[in-house]
Design a protein around this ligand. Structure first.
Ligand code: ZN
Length: 164
């Protein structure tokens, strides 16, 4: 099972009975994620679903701004309780610790912030930029992209760049 398959199963919306939760947890273990025996599997799976939603929001914004490549999550071999945002074969140097679930907004901010750093390194330019002013956009206290030009303003929610 790939991470994407697990995330898709979680999005499927079908109730997570014990068998299904165990099956998905086994899939995560197969990817190298440490699943503690005493973990609340549903909490862990909810966390994975949020991370996936955050990754897809950033992927949407990449595509909306014409930047190629895919943002994914990978499990570092040396730290199975962590996930790393990965883009273009490069993994972020800071990881996301599992077992500390935050709100979707918080998770989206973390993923976008991390992804932004590696994407900017890979494409050799600031990403994303304000369509109006050309300044780099920043994640700022909420799950939005904010332009910090002379008149700071919010350009969009993360995951909605390029949408009217
Ligand atoms: Zn602007």
């Amino acid at each position: 099972m790939t991470f994407e398959e697990i995330a898709a199963a979680l999005r499927g919306g079908a109730g997570l009975d014990d068998d299904r939760a165990l099956n998905l947890a086994a899939g995560l273990e197969g990817l190298g994620v440490a699943v503690p025996a005493d973990a609340d599997l549903r909490a862990l799976l909810t966390e994975i679903a949020r991370l996936d939603e955050a990754v897809r929001a950033v992927q949407h914004d990449l595509e909306a701004t014409g930047v190629p490549g895919r943002v994914t999550l990978t499990v570092p071999e040396w730290a199975p309780g962590w996930l790393r945002v990965t883009y273009g074969g490069r993994a972020a140097s800071t990881g996301i610790a599992l077992g500390q679930p935050g709100s979707l907004d918080q998770v989206t901010m973390d993923v976008a912030d991390t992804a932004q750093a590696i994407i900017a390194e890979e494409v050799w330019t600031g990403w994303p930029t304000c369509p109006e002013h050309g300044f780099g956009l920043h994640v700022d206290k909420r799950a939005v992209w904010r332009c910090k030009g002379a008149e700071p303003h919010v350009v969009s929610r993360i995951g909605q760049l390029g949408e009217a």
